[in-house]
Write a protein that binds this ligand. Structure first.
Ligand code: ATP
Length: 227
């Protein structure tokens, strides 16, 4: 599903190249559950943004489901990630002007899902996340943790093939956090959804079958988990 070859990312500051990612080589099969760990500043979020096509590498190749991502036109690239990738990012905000219901519905509209089917999926998602009573509220009327839950619900409603998550349990209490990790596990096991998450939590990282450890922009080691 995913192949990264010799990925470099640098920023030019004051005439010098500051490397954030250095020679990242990495493959992921469909149906894998992968955690990315590493100290602050090691390049985890940058790598996740490149995987999500929200950022381009300075050098290297990225193939996603048989497509050479950096060779696509912007429009094709946007269509590709909107169809297949669900983002659970802190910065990927809910739309303030839309209700919880409408926020969850939005990616389904992008995917041209018909009205009746859309209503059924949104109702099912609201139910699954226990937020039926919040459906007509706006994001500003929710707690941080609830907003996070709605963001995850929105990402999952569109049934993406790949979920990219950056600290998915960051704003949640420990019970909510565990529920999200169990939901990821279930989606991965039962629906075959591929999951790549960045986390600082050893406990959450251990849900994965492989842990990629980054250090100073390089893959330090890849740890295989036995479950
Ligand atoms: N637009 C930018 N211009 C210059 N440097 C940047 C830019 N964006 C990121 N960086 C640098 O890239 C490095 C890696 O950042 P990144 O956010 O990927 O790290 P991270 O491992 O996710 O860290 P954290 O765990 O703290 O979120 C940092 O040193 C950061 O300062």
């Amino acid at each position: 599903m995913i192949s990264l070859k010799h990925i470099y990312k640098w920023y030019n500051t004051g005439g010098t190249r500051n490397f954030v990612l250095k020679d990242i080589n990495f493959q992921a099969e469909e149906g894998e559950f992968i955690s990315i760990m590493g100290p602050s500043g090691s390049g985890k979020s940058t790598l996740l943004h490149i995987l999500g096509m929200l950022d381009e590498a300075s050098e290297g190749e990225y193939d996603f489901m048989g497509q050479s991502v950096f060779r696509l036109k912007e429009k094709q690239r946007t269509a590709l990630y909107k169809e297949h990738i669900g983002f659970v990012f802190q910065a990927y905000h809910l739309i303030d002007e839309l209700t919880v219901y409408e926020n969850i519905e939005t990616p389904l509209i992008y995917q041209n899902v018909k009205g009746s089917e859309r209503r059924a999926i949104v109702a099912d998602t609201l139910d699954r996340f226990g937020i039926v009573g919040k459906k007509d509220l706006f994001p500003s009327q929710l707690s941080g943790g609830q907003q996070q839950l709605v963001g995850i619900a929105r990402a999952l409603a569109a049934k993406p093939k790949l979920i990219l998550a950056d600290e998915p349990t960051g704003n949640l209490n420990s019970k909510q956090g565990e529920e999200i990790m169990d939901l990821f596990k279930q989606l991965n096991k039962e629906d075959g959804v591929t999951i790549i998450q960045v986390t600082h939590s050893e406990k959450n990282a251990a849900y994965a079958s492989r842990i990629v450890h980054l250090l100073d922009g390089r893959v330090e080691k890849i740890e295989k988990m036995i479950h």
